[in-house]
Design a protein around this ligand. Structure first.
Ligand SMILES: *[C@@H]1O[C@H](CO)[C@@H](O)[C@H](O)[C@H]1NC(C)=O
Ligand SMILES: *[C@@H]1O[C@H](CO)[C@@H](O)[C@H](O)[C@H]1NC(C)=O
Ligand SMILES: [Cu+2]
Length: 247
């Protein structure tokens, strides 16, 4: 009896932490703040607030890596092919930092933080990349040599702020920043890794001319056999192979 009560308690305690996931709630460029897309508030306002972040259905993950949902989190069920665009974008200089403020991240959800960009061929407030190979990696952080994970150790130590630099020589234009945490607490098998992507629309300014030459698609970049997607984070004490192409 006592044992049953105890396991009931353990199960309900677990389900609290399992359900407390997250998303990017605030973006800072220089002294300009942009509120992120707030899935539990924005849809209920009339008019709906204008954000630079593409809408997400909630704070949950994507685990089926073959779905378009893995691009910007959500909406394959809504009949939208890929992510649904946001109405506005931030203007940021090449070479400057973008600070992304995550909602409080659960301690159990350890894993890498990875950032990609894709150059919009046309108006970013209408562009949906679909399954095209348009993404290139600009930043990544996994497990450091002392065993600290980007999420949750470093993110939490940094007050939930993740910062990356827009490549200094990047050609001016409109880009989607696809930023993600991949939580590995259940990644010992596939499906298991939990992808939490967030797509932020920006206009990059500057006189640079650089563009990468190789690109990946979402879905496509990650599969069940991509190194770092199936990974037992508790038994592996060595280095972690961050999924996807090189930066
Ligand atoms: C992150 O955003 C939240 C919600 O807007 C805010 O309360 C918090 O102060 C921000 N964190 C930092 C370190 O700016
Ligand atoms: C931690 O936050 C500071 C201030 O926002 C930033 O300069 C630094 O790059 C951040 N570190 C990481 C790992 O994001
Ligand atoms: Cu979770």
């Amino acid at each position: 009896m006592f044992k049953n009560l105890l396991s009931l308690f353990v199960i309900s305690a677990l389900s609290v932490s399992v359900h407390a996931h997250g998303y990017v709630q605030d973006i800072v460029s220089g002294s300009t703040h942009y509120t992120g897309y707030l899935p539990y508030q924005d849809p209920y306002y009339n008019p709906v607030p204008q954000r630079i972040v593409r809408p997400v259905p909630g704070n949950g993950p994507v685990t089926d890596l073959s779905l378009i949902d893995v691009q910007c989190n959500g909406y394959s069920a809504g009949g939208v092919v890929g992510s649904s665009p946001a109405p506005i974008y931030a203007t940021v200089a090449a070479g400057s930092n973008l600070a992304l403020n995550w909602t409080t991240w659960p301690d159990s959800h350890i894993g890498p933080m990875i950032t990609y960009m894709a150059r919009a061929p046309s108006d970013i407030t209408k562009w949906v990349p679909g399954t095209s190979a348009v993404w290139f990696k600009v930043a990544q952080s996994g497990k450091d040599s002392s065993g600290k994970w980007a999420a949750t150790d470093i993110l939490t130590a940094n007050k939930s702020i993740y910062t990356f630099t827009i490549p200094p020589k990047l050609k001016a234009g409109q880009y989607i920043v696809r930023h993600e945490i991949i939580a590995l607490h259940a990644a010992y098998t596939y499906p298991g890794a939990q992808v939490y992507p967030s797509c932020i629309q920006i206009q990059v300014t500057g006189s640079g001319t650089a563009l990468p030459t190789s690109f990946v698609s979402f879905p496509g970049a990650y599969t069940a056999t991509t190194p770092g997607i199936v990974y037992d984070a508790y038994s592996n004490t060595g280095a972690y192979p961050i999924p996807g192409p090189a930066v």
